[in-house]
Ligand binder design. Structure first.
Ligand SMILES: Nc1nc2c(c(=O)[nH]1)N[C@H]1C(S)=C(S)[C@@H](COP(=O)(O)O)O[C@H]1N2
Ligand SMILES: [Mo]
Length: 306
């Protein structure tokens, strides 16, 4: 994100299954043809079938597990799958720290065990202007937070990725200030859409390249908020530093809410390439989850709080 332009690879959309609506985006066959776009027979056939409307289709598992951003395993999209092969995430311990009733290490099972498992298909919009539709499996973040009992004074929650250059070869170079950290305001973290993913595509474990064994998913925010391979959860009353914001504050904000009207300094955020699709589609406010999350930000200037 720091070092290259948005990917030009054709790209896929998302909603919790319970809230799923058949969202369609109209791009208009006539409009596309008027622009002189050359359409493949397959694209024309798809348009004929859908009357020009686009649906959200789940991204092929092969794409979601081989085209990744996980700089701890390399900065090329294809590297994390290869360089994380053999990464062992059992056993796994998560330190729970800060403004919490009893700060202590939790085993993976203590932290997420016996919490109702959810299957949630969400759109994921990377800040680099590509997107996917991923069927996650996991637990609601708020259930985990309630289990560890933060104090009422906690206003933010910070998540930290494992730092272990022996197991994460990308950490041997200083492409980012390690360890990778991300954070949410408490009300964001308690939102029912926020998920701690523990699996995907109907499986109960995550591939290493997607953040095994535990990664954050906040579908209304840019993908970089979705911190992978979490080993620490810290509650605090101050807004924490976050990795991409530290690396480049003018380009990556704390909030990172998907917003087609606020461009990245180096590229537009109005459109996106859905992995697997031919034409760009419009990026939706809060990645299409505005009905559910816009109230979290009422009264805030979203241009200033990007
Ligand atoms: N620890 C860590 N977490 C990370 C990243 C990373 O480089 N390191 N990349 C982020 C970015 S930019 C995106 S778009 C998503 C990609 O998730 P995926 O590979 O599962 O699609 O992971 C996010 N979480
Ligand atoms: Mo991203």
């Amino acid at each position: 994100m720091l070092i290259r332009r948005p990917d030009d690879i054709p790209s896929s959309e998302i909603t919790p299954e319970s809230l799923y609506q058949n969202r369609r985006q109209f791009m208009g066959t006539a409009g596309a043809l008027a622009l002189g776009t050359v359409l493949s027979p397959a694209a024309l056939e798809a348009m004929a079938r859908t009357g020009g409307a686009q649906e959200d289709k789940v991204t092929p598992e092969e794409d979601a597990t081989s085209y990744n951003n996980f700089y701890e395993f390399g900065t090329d999209k294809e590297e994390p799958k290869v360089l994380s092969r053999g990464f062992v995430s059992t056993p796994w311990t998560v330190q729970v720290e800060g403004l919490v009733k009893k700060p202590r290490p939790y085993s993976y099972d203590e932290l997420v065990g016996k919490i109702a498992v959810q299957d949630r298909t969400y759109r994921m919009r990377c800040v680099e202007a590509w997107s996917m539709v991923i069927p996650w499996r996991g637990v609601q973040l708020r259930d985990v937070i309630n289990r560890v009992e933060p104090l009422p004074s906690a206003k933010f929650v910070e998540f930290t990725t494992l730092f272990d250059p022996k197991r994460m070869p990308g950490q041997r170079s200083a492409v980012l200030p390690w360890p990778y950290k991300e954070a949410l305001r408490m009300d964001e973290a308690m939102h029912p859409l926020a998920l701690l993913a523990t699996g995907m595509y109907g499986k109960s474990t995550l591939p290493p390249q997607n953040g095994a064994p535990l990664r954050l998913v906040t579908p209304w925010k840019y993908g970089f908020k979705g911190v992978k391979s979490i080993v620490k959860i810290r509650f605090t009353d101050r807004m924490p530093n976050t990795t991409w914001n530290d690396a480049n504050p003018s380009e990556y904000g704390f909030y990172a809410n998907v917003n087609p009207t606020v461009d990245h300094p180096r590229w537009s955020q109005a459109k996106e390439r859905r992995i697997g699709e031919f034409l760009k589609r419009n990026t939706l406010m809060f990645n299409g989850y505005a009905d559910q999350v816009a109230s979290l930000y009422s009264g805030m200037d979203l241009r200033r709080n990007y």
